[in-house]
Design a protein around this ligand. Structure first.
Ligand SMILES: NC(=O)c1ccc[n+]([C@@H]2O[C@H](COP(=O)([O-])OP(=O)(O)OC[C@H]3O[C@@H](n4cnc5c(N)ncnc54)[C@H](OP(=O)(O)O)[C@@H]3O)[C@@H](O)[C@H]2O)c1
Length: 324
């Protein structure tokens, strides 16, 4: 496993880090036993950074992680996320920051994160989403700065709202965030235009999420694939979306022939080939997935001719998690 600096946080993140959404729930059947085994295997194989959130099973993902880390001697950094207080998701331009991320609310939620993670300090606290409307008066980050000084959190990050990822660029330029968490994959290439270069210029750590496009870029789905009713992907890939994704993935598969990499390996290496990227956090829900994904760091990178071919596969979609 190769390690990269996560911006100026002091965290040495494993290139392949652990995305812990599915182990919290919302992805169909997932036993804690399997989640615990997947986490242990990932740490055995060199994973030293884990991404979770309050919303992943209402603290369940955090609790499973805390349980594993109590049994391990390795230094593993954990990033979690505080969501905005109840209201539209993503926050609408008409939302006031003081209704969604007030000091009282942030303090209360962060205390809950500390309890779920069974720790005194959070390595990296990310706001789970944002709206460009708050860029002119980004008070929530000044509140988080206070919590940093009080020792409740070590570093501060933002996870991009998927429909307007570039809204975090001003925050990086203003020095308000240590890290950004961004969707960047073979379909979603827009961050290469500005977000990633700005992160590199500002020394902001970049955590890449959804490298597999929630699974489609592993190349394993068929048009007949049925998602469980309690798997959020039944909605994400609803209607003709799964079929259209598969058609595009088939074209990618044809283009990577001869690269020496399988589709999931290629999808992870694609992300890691950008110099601004600190780590990628593929979702892993089994020992097998931990083994397959952790092995990718030590493989040779993608040859330039294959990287260039991927430019034809950028896909700007208007549909994210709202399902509309
Ligand atoms: N707004 C936010 O801040 C936000 C949003 C989304 C995600 N995230 C973070 O980013 C992480 C990664 O995103 P994600 O988990 O949503 O999606 P992802 O990484 O694109 O896809 C993960 C899914 O792909 C499948 N998979 C994983 N490894 C595989 C392999 N080697 N071969 C075949 N299939 C494999 C697994 O699902 P199946 O086996 O069930 O197919 C897995 O759950 C999350 O866990 C979370 O930590 C944050």
């Amino acid at each position: 496993m190769i390690y990269r600096k996560l911006g100026k946080t002091g965290i040495e993140a494993s290139e392949i880090s652990f995305g812990a959404w599915a182990i919290g729930g919302g992805w169909g059947e997932q036993s804690d036993e399997e989640s615990l085994a997947a986490l242990h295997k990932a740490i055995d194989l060199g994973v030293r950074f884990i991404d979770t959130a309050a919303g992943y099973g209402d603290g369940r993902s955090e609790q499973v992680i805390a349980k594993v880390l109590k049994e391990r001697s390795e230094e593993v950094a954990v990033a979690t996320k505080t969501p905005p207080a109840a209201g539209p998701w993503p926050p609408s331009p008409y939302c006031n920051w003081s209704d969604r991320y007030s000091e009282e609310y942030l303090r209360g939620n962060i205390e809950e994160r500390l309890r779920c993670l069974d720790t005194d300090t959070i390595d990296l606290l990310q706001l789970h989403t944002w709206t460009r409307a708050w860029n002119r008066d980004p008070q929530p980050f000044l509140i988080l700065q206070k919590l940093k000084e009080e020792g409740k959190i070590r570093s501060v990050g933002i996870s991009t709202p998927e429909q307007d990822q570039n809204s975090v660029i001003d925050l990086m330029k203003a020095g308000l965030v240590d890290t950004v968490q961004v969707i960047y994959n073979i379909f979603e290439q827009e961050p290469a235009a500005e977000l990633l270069p700005v992160a590199e210029e500002c020394g902001v750590g970049v955590i890449v999420r959804v490298a597999f496009d929630e699974g489609s870029l592993t190349g394993k789905f068929t048009p007949e694939h049925q998602f469980a009713k309690d798997d959020f992907r039944a909605n994400y890939f609803a209607g003709d979306r799964l079929g259209r994704s598969i058609q595009r993935v088939d074209a990618i598969k044809a283009n990577i022939e001869g690269s020496g990499l399988t589709m999931p390996q290629f999808a992870l290496k694609y992300v890691l080939s950008h110099p601004a990227v600190s780590c990628v956090i593929p979702g892993m829900r089994s020992v097998r997935q931990a083994e397959l994904n952790c092995a990718v760091s030590d493989l040779p990178g993608i040859a330039d001719e294959y990287l260039l071919k991927m430019r034809d596969h950028a896909w700007n979609r208007g549909v994210w998690y709202s399902g509309k």
